[in-house]
Each structure stands twice: as structure tokens, then as C-alpha cells.
Design a protein around this ligand. Structure first.
Ligand code: MF3
Ligand code: CO
Length: 262
């Protein structure tokens, strides 16, 4: 299926799905603390999603068994919540979630530090987020998709980080994963031309060490090959003529953030 341009009605539903997901992330960010299990986070997240009248996008998706992907430290993405895995002071915890509102998806991820974390971890989280906003400078009608990809990858590599190549962002809409694939690194080709109304999930995954990742035996959890820390930051956006409209930010993220700088 080709890349689709959404109607204003579809975008309105995705806006709603996005706002709800932003709220879910904000609330999950507040409850993360040492002693909570990754399964507790999933359970609370699922309850929140349902309390807003949405369905969790991930539950049952290709057999994924939970609503929230919880990936701790060297886990890059798709960590499976586990009632025996307790969050510890000093951990970094990536939460990835998606919600379906009246048939339309939003998808977003945040990485949180738990209590006191190392300076290296703090910078990794901040710069992974910044790399997303570097990409956003090019997320505008008439530009090419891989301008976003190159901006993300080039920014992250400045710090010597490993930019994950084995996983990408994606189009999103009535399905969680739609075309196009959105790499987080500079590509040889320029990619599709961006049009107003395209909806995309842009999601840099950045490692403190090597870019290489491996899959655990559960066939889901992706970890860094060298066991170095990894951070993830993702938002669902819609391309407009003026630039990106970022659908999965809370009001406070919009005010504190760098949106005005785009
Ligand atoms: N944001 C993740 C992705 O786009 C969501 C994982 S989907 C899962 O791949 F349901 F399969 F976990
Ligand atoms: Co995604």
C-alpha cells in the first residue's frame, strides 16, 4: 500500500488519539519509581488508556503480550513487562505506547531516568529527544523524507552515539504501521516527497555505545549488543505546509519545549 494522505476528519481523530497518549505518558512518567515492576507499569498504562475510552494499540499486535513496551537500560525497545523485573534507582526506562481512538492510532515513546542517574545517561536521554526535533526542522510539505532521517542521525552521531539501524519509524493511521519506513540515519536515496496530511511516527533509538542490537530469545526484546544504555523518543506527527504538527505532546511539553524554534 502506498503512503496515504489523511483527510481532515482522519487527522482530527489522530489529534484526539495523540492528546490522550500524551496524557498517558505524562501520568506514567509521574508514577515510575524504584520498586515498581515493569508489569505494574503496563497494568497502570493499560488502565489509563482504557479510562480515556481508547484501546491499547500494541496488545496482541503480532502476538505482543502487553499494552506498554517497557525497556530498561540496555533494552532498546519492545521490552516485555514482567512482574519479577523491578525498577531500580539509577535505571533509565523507555516506555513506548500506542492508543486507538475510533479506529485511528497514535504512537509515542519517552525515556525516563529513575532517581539519580549518571550524567552520561542524562545526556543520552536529552540528546535522543533533541535528535527528534532536529529531524522536525525538515518535516514539511515539499521536503524529502530522508532529510528528516539524515538530520536525526547526523545530530546523534556528533556525540559518538550508536544510531540504531535495524529498527525504523513508520507511517501511521488506521493501522499502527503503515508506509513509509522512516530510518534514523542518512540514506543514499532522498525518500518520498512529503505532502500535507501524511501522518508519521518518528522514533530515534540511540545507544551510548555500538549501534548494533540483538534480539533476546523472547523474540521481542531488542538489546544493545555491547549492553550499553539506550534511549528512545517518539511522537506521531502530521505534515503540513508550514512544518510538523506534533500530535503526542502535552501542553506543558509544548510550552517547555523547542517547538517555537522550528
Ligand atoms: N513504537 C513501536 C513500533 O513502532 C511499537 C511496538 S509495537 C508492538 O514498533 F506492539 F509490537 F510492540
Ligand atoms: Co512506532
Amino acid at each position: 500500500m502506498a503512503v496515504t494522505v489523511k483527510t481532515p476528519e482522519e487527522i482530527e481523530l489522530m489529534r484526539k488519539a495523540g492528546k490522550i497518549l500524551a496524557q498517558v505518558h505524562e501520568e506514567l512518567g509521574k508514577i515510575i519509581k524504584p520498586g515498581l515492576s515493569t508489569r505494574d507499569i503496563d497494568r497502570i498504562g493499560e488502565e489509563l488508556i482504557r479510562s480515556y475510552g481508547c484501546e491499547p494499540s500494541f496488545k496482541g499486535y503480532q502476538g505482543y503480550p502487553a499494552s506498554i513496551c517497557v525497556s530498561v537500560n540496555e533494552e532498546v525497545v519492545h521490552g516485555i513487562p514482567d512482574s519479577r523485573h523491578y525498577i531500580d534507582e539509577g535505571d533509565i526506562v523507555s516506555l513506548d505506547a500506542g492508543v486507538i481512538y475510533r479506529g485511528y492510532h497514535s504512537d509515542a515513546a519517552r525515556t525516563h531516568g529513575v532517581g539519580e542517574i549518571s550524567e552520561a545517561a542524562r545526556l543520552l536521554i536529552a540528546r535522543t529527544r533533541e535528535s527528534f526535533f532536529e529531524g522536525m526542522k525538515y518535516a514539511k510539505e515539499g521536503n524529502h523524507l530522508h532529510q528528516i532521517s539524515a538530520a536525526i542521525g547526523t545530530y546523534a552521531k556528533r556525540f559518538g552515539y550508536g544510531v540504531v539501524r535495524d529498527l525504523c519509524g513508520h507511517g501511521i493511521g488506521s493501522m499502527l504501521h503503515e508506509e513509509p519506513e522512516i530510518p534514523n540515519y542518512k540514506c543514499l536515496r532522498r525518500g518520498i516527497k512529503l505532502k500535507a496530511g501524511m501522518t508519521l511516527a518518528v522514533e530515534p533509538m540511540i545507544n551510548l555505545g555500538t549501534e548494533d542490537v540483538v534480539w533476546l530469545d523472547d523474540d521481542w526484546t531488542v538489546v544493545t549488543e555491547d549492553m550499553s544504555l539506550s534511549a528512545h523518543y517518539e511522537n506521531t506527527i502530521v505534515i503540513t505546509r508550514e512544518g510538523p504538527e506534533i500530535l503526542t505532546l502535552t501542553e506543558s511539553e509544548i510550552i517547555d519545549g523547542v517547538i517555537e524554534d522550528l
